[in-house]
Design a protein. Structure first.
Length: 152
């Protein structure tokens, strides 16, 4: 979850990451800057986005990482435990070295939708856990509020 704290005229907001789903990349209660998109978001794999989570029955916003973009297919896992995007292992250096992932897929990401996951896969209630929801666990690109701008 994310608390939206400050709206700026520059098209940016500062939000607080209130959960642990993006650790170790974004620590619980950290403040991050989000570039608001106002409907103009061109999704990229690896982006960390804040989105309206109402379609999952959550009143508020969530921070997650884009894993699959429209038209791609996502699957877990290969023989080495790596997640696959379009049949190729993802380089997920942001994950803890001891991460264990549960098998799923393949899932084809529909047009206008995204497959998202938290970096802390053990606790993140992301696309993997909402596969029975409308959209098959994906979120609408139009539900993206902004993209996190990380320092460094």
């Amino acid at each position: 979850m994310a608390d939206r704290l400050i709206s700026k005229a520059s098209g940016k907001e500062v939000i607080r990451a209130v959960g642990e789903s993006m650790e170790p990349t974004i620590k619980k209660n950290s403040l991050v800057t989000v570039r608001t998109v106002r409907g103009g978001y061109a999704p990229k794999v690896g982006d960390i986005v804040v989105f309206n989570a109402a379609q999952w029955g959550i009143d508020g916003s969530i921070l997650q990482r884009v894993i699959g973009v429209p038209g791609s297919f996502v699957q877990c896992c290969d023989a080495d435990g790596r997640q696959l995007l379009n049949g190729t292992p993802l380089e997920e250096r942001y994950l803890s070295p001891d991460v264990r992932q549960n098998p799923f897929g393949p899932v084809t990401v529909p047009a206008g939708r995204l497959w998202i996951e938290g970096d802390n896969r053990a606790v993140s209630l992301d696309s993997r856990w909402h596969r029975d929801a409308p959209g098959g666990g994906t979120i609408a690109v139009s539900d993206v509020i902004g993209v996190v701008e990380l320092d460094g």
